[in-house]
Ligand binder design. Structure first.
Ligand SMILES: [Fe+2]
Length: 558
């Protein structure tokens, strides 16, 4: 069976993937090809890339599965919220909700643009409940036959949080908490209050939180200890004309974007993160009580909160733990594509996802063509991993572009900017010269998996940088530029069998320096999508302060 999974909601992170006979072949987010971050348009480019890479024609597809239900479902829920006062009625909100409904209805959730651009096709079109798609993206790729599945996002079709029990390839629904009683909404609105963008900049609040102190009481906004948590949505959303009308009386004025960060902002970030961690922990605890299964899988945008994930893992609550690396809506395509396997009392295939390299790749001849076209001076390397390790040991900031692009928000050593984690100044150097991003956002380390235990107190099997761990106190000064102010790190553990080239680079760096750890951040500039093509990589290299670029077997230096 050939299935195409699609995420398309006009909200954020459109994506597509192909699954053949239960095996994921390819997945890519539209933003990587269109270069528009979080691109929410119909993922024409992503679908075309799926078909091109796999050599499958659209008319060969058996199923096309969208990770959203038909839009009447969501619109009815929205109208009910307006009518019952759970959401303030404003002209703009009602207009936006109605416009969204009409547009999705007109497009049949995306089936119409698909047929127009890729049809006619014989494939059956399916419109999957959003949290079912999220839940399958977590459960089926966890590798756990028996699993507690918890989905937490901002706003599904109508849902915000749901709990499932996966067993024997099937998924039982346990509980749903409807929007707007939403952890994603809570975090997103405070992200806006702190002068950042919701559904995009929650990372910045999470990174800022450890610089704050306890003391700000957010209990008027959320009861994080309740089972399940309860968000006071009227206070969090505001009164319609002023979205911060519920916050300002208790917390002061919102921060203007790009303005100075003061102690009050840091303390609010601390409290937001603290409340979110407590609420997530409480949901997971409740879910385990209901399913009696301590193997836990998470997905949904809130599950990108790697700090909270780290606390869940370290709490001892769970035996096995898997967070879908594309936890946000891009990953919905992965779960939607598996729904046909549940037909006729069927089972979804359960297979542990061990890497994120599901995207396009460009071989050496394509790379060399690009370098020649742009008249970029380059040399061919006999051993790219060894050369890269040598350059890193000399303190160089390196662009590293190899193999298939990662799916999900993290670069995992195929589209990465790499640097020496031992240099305490390296964080500032990379921030100032390359990423041009906020000073407080930490960079993450890639470890040889074998060495992770020497440096970390937990999360020593962590291939996706989505669960934080505490760096052992005696090692914090060894890798200062990837250790956050609270002693945490967001590690990637690299296995030799999974990514031999990247593993060897880290190994070679270890031979030079005695420290088999590399600073790894995504290959992009601030506000841009991670690079996809060699052209993207070359353009980003020359628009930044990177010292050298290893593209496939080629080296470019400044
Ligand atoms: Fe979602």
């Amino acid at each position: 069976m050939l299935t195409l999974g699609i995420n398309y909601s006009q909200l954020h992170d459109s994506s597509a993937c192909v699954v053949r006979d239960g095996e994921l072949l390819f997945a890519v987010a539209e933003e990587r090809i269109s270069r528009l971050k979080h691109d929410a348009r119909f993922p024409s480019n992503a679908i075309r890339a799926c078909l091109d890479f796999t050599g499958i024609r659209a008319d060969q597809l058996d199923e096309v599965c969208f990770g959203w239900p038909t839009p009447g479902y969501e619109y009815r829920h929205d109208l009910k919220l307006f009518a019952t006062g759970q959401r303030p009625i404003t002209y703009l909100d009602v207009l936006n909700s109605t416009r969204h409904f009409l547009s999705m209805w007109h497009q049949k959730v995306g089936a119409n643009p698909f047929q127009q651009q890729f049809g006619p096709v014989r494939a059956r079109m399916r419109f999957v409940q959003h949290h079912v798609a999220h839940a399958l993206s977590a459960y089926a790729y966890s590798g756990f036959d028996d699993a507690t599945v918890v989905i937490m996002d901002g706003h599904g079709a109508t849902e915000a949080t749901s709990i499932w029990h996966g067993h024997g390839g099937r998924l039982d629904h346990i509980l749903t908490i409807q929007y707007p009683d939403s952890l994603g909404l809570f975090y997103g609105e405070f992200t806006e209050f702190l002068g950042f963008h919701r559904n995009s900049d929650e990372w910045k609040v999470m990174g800022l939180a450890p610089y704050g102190q306890p003391g700000i009481d957010l209990r008027p906004f959320i009861d994080a200890e309740a089972k399940p948590y309860r968000v006071d949505t009227r206070r969090v959303i505001g009164n319609g004309s002023d979205p911060f009308s519920g916050m300002t009386p208790l917390l002061g004025a919102p921060r203007a974007a790009e303005s100075e960060i003061d102690d009050r902002h840091k303390n609010i970030a601390f409290a937001v993160q603290d409340m979110c961690e407590s609420a997530m922990m409480s949901v997971v605890r409740m879910a385990i009580e209901k399913t009696r299964c301590r193997n836990v899988c998470l997905a949904g945008g809130v599950a990108l909160n790697s700090k909270a994930n780290g606390k869940i893992l370290a709490s001892g609550l769970v035996d096995k733990f898997f967070v879908q690396p594309a936890a946000s809506d891009d990953g919905v395509a992965l779960g939607a594509a598996l729904v046909p396997y549940l037909d006729n009392n069927g089972k979804v295939p359960i297979k542990a996802m061990r890497h994120g390299y599901w995207g396009p790749s460009f071989d050496d001849s394509a790379i060399e063509n690009n370098l020649r076209t742009y008249k970029v001076r380059h040399t061919r390397l006999t051993d790219p991993a060894a050369t890269a390790a040598e350059l890193l040991a000399q303190g160089k900031i390196l662009g590293w572009y190899q193999g298939r692009m990662e799916f999900g928000p993290r670069a995992l050593g195929n589209r990465s900017i790499l640097a020496d984690p031992r240099d305490p100044e390296m964080n500032a150097k990379v921030n100032n010269a390359v990423k041009f991003r906020e000073w407080w956002r930490p960079f993450a380390p890639s470890f040889k998996k074998e060495a992770a235990r020497d440096y970390l107190e937990s999360a020593t099997d962590s291939p996706f940088m989505i669960v934080t761990a505490q760096v052992r106190p005696e090692k914090r000064s060894v890798i200062p530029s990837v250790t956050h102010v609270d002693g945490s790190a967001r590690p990637q553990t690299v296995e030799k069998e999974v990514n031999p080239l990247y593993w060897r680079l880290i190994d070679e760096f270890g031979k030079h320096t005695g420290v088999p750890v590399i600073m790894n951040t995504s290959f992009n500039l601030r506000g841009e999508a991670i690079v996809n093509t060699p052209t993207d990589a070359i353009r980003t290299f020359f628009s930044s302060g990177m010292d050298a670029l290893v593209l496939g077997s080629f080296l470019v230096e400044k």
